[in-house]
Design a protein around this ligand. Sequence first.
Ligand code: FDA
Length: 310
Amino acid sequence: MLRNAFLWASTNPWLARQLPRRGFARRAVRRFMPGETVEAGLIAADDLGRRGVPAVLTMLGEEVHDEASADAVAAHYRDAEARVARAGLDVELSVKPTHLGLSVSRERVRDAILDLAGGARSRGRKVWIDMEGSAWTDATLELARAVRERTEAVGVCVQANLKRTERDLEALLGDGLSIRLVKGAYLEPPSIAYERKSDVDAAYLRLARTMLDFATTAGTATAASARYAFGTHDPVVIDALRQAGLGRVARCEIQMLYGIRPAAQRELAQAGVPLRVLISYGDSWFPWYMRRLAERPANVLFLLRSLVAR
Ligand code: FDA
């Protein structure tokens, strides 16, 4: 119930204007992001790198519907890619297709991602494509395949809460795409998505095992350079995957979000389980922050504490 309320709030334009103006909300959000600029993201990535943990960087933002703004986002990422390369950091970028203007021009988004993939490839890294709400699933998978036809330096996210993902995953594995599996952070209709958390968790484990098996048997020749990322903080899932071989199977890794279960992140890194941490930065954090609250309503306590502490 509370989860749905936060997911509804994430799409509310009035709240999106009001909350980010409040100091207490800005203080609370800092738990999940190091700052609003790419510099803040790079400093956090450098810090993680010194502790042996590579990172993924993403600028917050979505649903850009005009060409000029979409071009500005693409230019921002080109600059971020150049900075990462100059700094020699083991950092990958992750982008949201609607932030790059998917509703404006699919070709431009494809070209912007190809550009970033070119930079990533020359560093032996990948660019990741986030998955947004189900209205964008087909277009996002098409985009990922179009980029994959030209370079292997690309990965796409799939969501375990969507019933279609079992079918999508089989096809994407065959296409040689790198894949990040997540539970799914968007409010979806029950006709296409699992409603109960236990069903989402079970679907996640089934899909994760499919990925792990594929990687263990070395997959297909097309998938020789693909990577498989398990984007989750769920201790039950992580334990099950470790028992099933994660940590020993090449090209498989856990990905977690900055600031979430930091002790578990340290433990995984110390145990030698490949881990990458996704760092978000930017000023358009409202919908993203609402989705973080939806994942764990206990986070609201932090928001309230920040309100009291002002
Ligand atoms: P679950 O929600 O069951 O949480 C397991 C445990 O993790 C909780 O009990 C708690 O301890 C901790 N936890 C989880 N979320 C927390 C939070 N917000 N605050 C504090 N503790 C928390 N989604 C999407 O739709 N498209 C995408 O492209 C991505 N990309 C992405 C990349 C990466 C690297 C990650 C880790 C996640 C995403 N997600 C995403 C988000 C994903 O769909 C999902 O909403 C969250 O990861 C939460 O689900 P968990 O698997 O962590 O499990």
